[in-house]
Design a binder for this molecule. Structure first.
Ligand code: NAD
Length: 478
């Protein structure tokens, strides 16, 4: 049992009504609870972050980096425990959860190194003897608001760069992954001066919104749904705070007539079904060129029959439950809507495993999905894949682009000209050739276009853009 608490400056606090956490794979199993913080806890956390800022930003970058390396080492020592907790709390299969824990460690290491890398450039001055250059300065107190689907990696890819570049943090984790977040903070915070990393547990409407509205928060980095992201943008813009939003996706694969169909089926299925489809980069549309439609569909169906759905702690499980009751209801409703719109159900199509006490959804495949259908247009965030046939590449690309989202897209082809056209014409932040739509590496920039993003990038060196300001300096000896 984990009794999560807020981290306010150097102390742990448990103010607020407690919310019980049950395993989505076994609703009889209580895992712990978290306290429902609000404006008062946000006030205390922001005050602590503000008070810690001056000393932390003054610390030389390599020294801040050293703290992150030490945090990475502790996280590594607790890697298996973190993975298991994440798997229990939000239902991700243990193999994937371990991969995510390893990713969180690597993120802290990567940004530890950032503390020692060059920041800024020298720009020639028109005036003789004048030194003109840019430096990067921290934005200040950063509000970090995260979703539940990557309970370790997303907090890590926001918190680690924020700290590396000299900011202090107030972290508001998702309701459905608060126990994992609490453990992460418990492991990382002892490596930092008090007040540098704070956490307020709570709901989005209470703790989240209070954080976004707080005048002491200079920047808000958010990952989550489009509706919440837009609301955060409005509030932040109105008070002149910097904001960064990474939101939903409706990610397509294009299967070219010339594709390696077996490879395409493997990676489409893994993109669609791993983490029960609950990735912002999950594959949810397969746009198939007519000549390979039957071969691709049959290859998918063969594989889908073999997917094991079950206990996330069992290493043989491919697909665990979805995270929560609201998510379960939303996914089942989307499947029903797909049916009523006239898409043809090929596999799955409802709850999995009858009397199981958890939120298990059967891996679901539809075909004859038309671009006008909600199955094609709306993010489902569940193990649901829709198949659409295209006459030719022109039609496939225009279908791929015919949604409001623009996060990730893959093309499976052996032809270089097809690959290059897709790289050029797919309107997304991430294009992948003969690769899954998910699985982007941490040292590369990550983010979307259109409704998927506020158009900034996270991870890799790109993170410096959000977590710092450019300051231009001119120095003339007097
Ligand atoms: P969500 O938008 O419901 O919640 C995300 C976070 O925002 C949570 O911590 C929540 O408490 C908080 N929040 C909710 N209302 C708020 C408010 N009014 N003010 C401030 N904070 C508020 O999203 P979710 O259900 O946790 O996550 C699923 C969504 O996240 C999906 O749409 C998915 O595509 C997206 N996602 C995107 C990426 C990406 O990098 N693009 C990655 C993972 C998930």
């Amino acid at each position: 049992m984990i009794e999560a608490r807020h981290r306010l400056g150097g102390t742990w606090a448990d103010t607020g009504a407690r919310e019980e956490v049950r395993s989505p794979a076994d609703l009889d199993r209580v895992l712990g609870s978290w306290p429902r913080g609000g404006a008062a806890e946000v006030e205390a956390a922001v005050a602590a972050a503000g008070a810690a800022l001056a000393a932390w930003r003054r610390l030389p970058g390599p020294e801040r980096g050293q703290r992150l390396f030490e945090a990475a080492q502790s996280l590594e020592a607790h890697r298996d425990e973190l993975a298991e907790l994440a798997a229990r709390e939000m239902g991700k299969p243990i193999g994937e959860a371990r991969g995510e824990a390893v990713r969180a460690v690597a993120l802290f290491r990567y940004y530890g190194g950032e503390g020692s890398r060059a920041v800024g450039e020298v720009i020639p001055s028109q005036r003789a003897g004048t030194l003109q250059y840019t430096v990067r300065v921290p934005v200040g107190v950063v509000g970090v608001i995260t979703p539940w689907n990557f309970p370790l990696a997303i907090p890590a890819w926001k918190i680690a760069p924020a700290l590396a570049y000299g900011n202090t943090v107030v972290f508001k984790p998702a309701e459905w992954s608060t126990l994992t977040a609490h453990r992460l903070v418990e492991i990382v915070a002892p490596h930092l001066p008090d007040g540098v990393l704070n956490m307020v547990c709570g709901t989005g409407a209470e703790a989240g919104e209070a954080l976004v509205r707080h005048e002491g928060v200079h920047a808000v980095t958010f990952t989550g749904s489009v509706g919440v992201g837009r609301r955060i943008a409005e509030i932040a813009l109105a008070r002149g705070a910097k904001y960064q939003l990474e939101m939903g996706g409706k990610n397509p694969v294009i299967v070219d007539a010339d594709a390696d169909v077996e490879l395409a089926a493997d990676l489409t299925l893994s993109g669609a079904m791993r983490s029960a489809g609950q990735k912002c980069t999950a594959t949810s549309r397969a746009i198939v060129l007519a000549p390979v439609r039957d071969a691709f569909r049959d290859a998918l169906v063969r594989r889908m029959r073999e997917l094991s759905v079950g206990d996330p702690l069992d290493p043989a499980t491919y697909l665990g439950p979805v995270v929560s009751r609201p998510q379960y209801d939303k996914v089942l409703a989307a499947i029903e809507r797909g049916r009523s719109e006239g898409a043809r159900l090929v596999a799955g199509g409802g709850p999995h495993g009858g009397d199981r006490r958890g939120y298990f959804v059967a891996p679901t495949l539809f075909e004859d999905v038309a671009p006008s259908m909600s199955l094609f247009q709306e993010e489902i965030f569940g193990p649901v894949l829709g198949l659409t046939v295209a006459r030719d590449l022109d039609e496939a690309i225009s279908q791929a682009n015919a949604v409001r989202y623009g996060l990730s897209a893959s093309v499976f082809t052996r032809r270089l000209d097809v690959a290059l056209r897709c790289v050029e014409e797919l309107d997304v932040g991430l294009v992948r050739v003969n690769e899954e739509t998910a699985g982007v590496e941490l040292q590369a920039p990550f983010g979307g276009v259109k409704a998927s993003s506020s158009h900034s990038r996270e991870q890799g060196r790109a993170a410096i853009e959000f977590f710092t300001h450019v300051r231009t300096v001119a120095i003339r000896p007097s």
